[in-house]
Design a protein around this ligand. Structure first.
Ligand SMILES: C[S@@+](CC[C@H](N)C(=O)[O-])C[C@H]1O[C@@H](n2cnc3c(N)ncnc32)[C@H](O)[C@@H]1O
Length: 383
């Protein structure tokens, strides 16, 4: 798939086994964002055992450590394919949870995040700082072990990992076009402060599926998770791959971020869920994009009333921004999704209308506070 610089993107969905993806060319993907089935979490035992019957034997023989290793070996085949298709300097972001489990008489931790990290290091990737995703939940904590008596109780796992790897060194943007693309893909200063924190507080999504053809729990991650990662580690027009697509969340996040995408999913029954998800998608994404702008405008108003003017102005919207890097930041709305063939979805975008009143009020406040500060500066003999 070619990078697109125009205001349209392409999205391919393949129902296939990602342990072997010859249809994806070497060095053709800019970024991977995904969440695999978690080894040693019971809901995935059956799937892993079908991939390799020795896994069922190991579980039946209460050999937890061997089952863990064999399950991760199945994932290794996918990670090897990922390493082949990702471009030099491309990113791989993996959402994974560790597992705690009693096999026979022995309770122990199965550390998926460290096993996967070791694999990516052996594949020549650089591990980069990770985030911990603490899922907000209303359910009370389940404590495990000997209750109030010491030495036999276990800490409850309340977070999952967002692992980040890079294939080689920093990405370089050499041509004028690629520099422009990067500048347009900027995010707001105040978003940067939240997104690049190592502690993410995102609500989990409803796990029950109404579709009787797919398993009861869909194991989907929230839209904001791939959306944030895609915006942090790729630029518009890039190609994003999810080799464990499930309900299609990564494809939706790539569409919303003006990136192209490829999704691979084993279970063809997910196609109806993905098709349904596309139905009202433009409406909800456009509302989410408008909200990003509204949140920025609220941020500007608050900042200006408390601390004074912001120095720069965005060329596409005319509102103030904190840094020079946000001057060319651009966001668009979806105008059309052509998805008659789910394996090849075309998305078109258009400039955002209907927020000019908000922008005007932020800019008016910007000019007022800018004039005030100019007066103040000249009063202090600074100008
Ligand atoms: C944790 S779920 C991913 C959920 C996804 N992030 C979402 O938001 O819906 C893992 C998915 O990987 C799929 N899967 C497992 N092994 C696979 C393989 N070898 N090839 C392709 N898909 C696979 C499963 O069917 C499942 O839908």
């Amino acid at each position: 798939m070619k990078n697109t610089t125009s205001k349209s993107t392409n999205h391919r969905i393949e129902f296939s086994d990602s342990r072997s993806i010859p249809m994806i060319e070497n060095n053709s993907v800019d970024m991977v964002v995904t969440s695999p089935p978690y080894p040693m979490i019971e809901m995935w035992d059956e799937l892993f055992s079908r991939m390799n019957p020795e896994i069922r034997d190991a579980l039946e023989q209460c050999n937890g450590q061997q089952a863990f290793e064999l399950m991760n070996k199945e994932l290794d085949s996918v990670w090897e394919e990922v390493a082949r298709v990702v471009k030099e300097s491309g990113f791989v972001c993996i959402n994974i949870g560790d597992a705690t489990r009693k096999i026979g008489k022995e309770f122990q931790l199965y550390s998926n995040h460290s096993r996967i990290t070791s694999k990516f290091i052996s594949l020549g990737f650089q591990p980069l700082p990770i985030a911990l995703w603490k899922k907000s939940t209303n359910a009370p904590n389940k404590f495990m072990g000997s209750g109030m008596l010491p030495a036999g109780a276990y800490i409850t796992l309340e977070h999952e990992y967002i692992l980040v790897f890079r294939k080689g060194g920093k990405r370089v943007f050499k041509t004028d076009d690629s520099k422009k693309q990067r500048n347009q893909s900027a995010f707001f200063w105040e978003e940067r402060n939240k997104w690049f924190s190592d502690s993410w507080d995102l609500k989990g999504v409803k796990q029950a599926t109404n579709d009787k053809n797919v398993r009861e729990r869909n194991a989907a991650y929230p839209f904001d998770l791939p959306y944030r990662l895609i915006n942090m580690y790729s630029v518009k027009g890039d190609v994003v791959l999810d080799p464990f697509l499930g309900t299609g969340t990564s494809t939706f996040a790539a569409i919303a971020s003006e990136r192209n995408s490829i999704g691979v999913e084993y279970d063809v029954n997910f196609s109806s869920i993905i098709k349904n998800g596309l139905k009202d998608f433009s409406k909800s994404v456009n509302a989410m994009i408008t909200k990003r702008l509204e949140d920025h405008i609220s941020f500007c108003k608050k900042y200006q009333s408390e601390k004074g003017p912001l120095k720069y102005e965005n060329v596409n919207f005319g509102f103030p921004v904190m840094t020079k890097q946000e001057i060319n930041l651009d966001l668009n709305h979806i105008s059309k999704i052509i998805s008659s063939d789910i394996s090849n979805i075309l998305v078109e975008y258009q400039p955002i209308k209907f927020i000019s009143h908000l922008i005007e009020s932020a800019s008016a406040q910007y000019e007022d506070s800018y004039n005030d500060s100019e007066e103040q500066l000249s009063l202090f003999g600074c100008k």
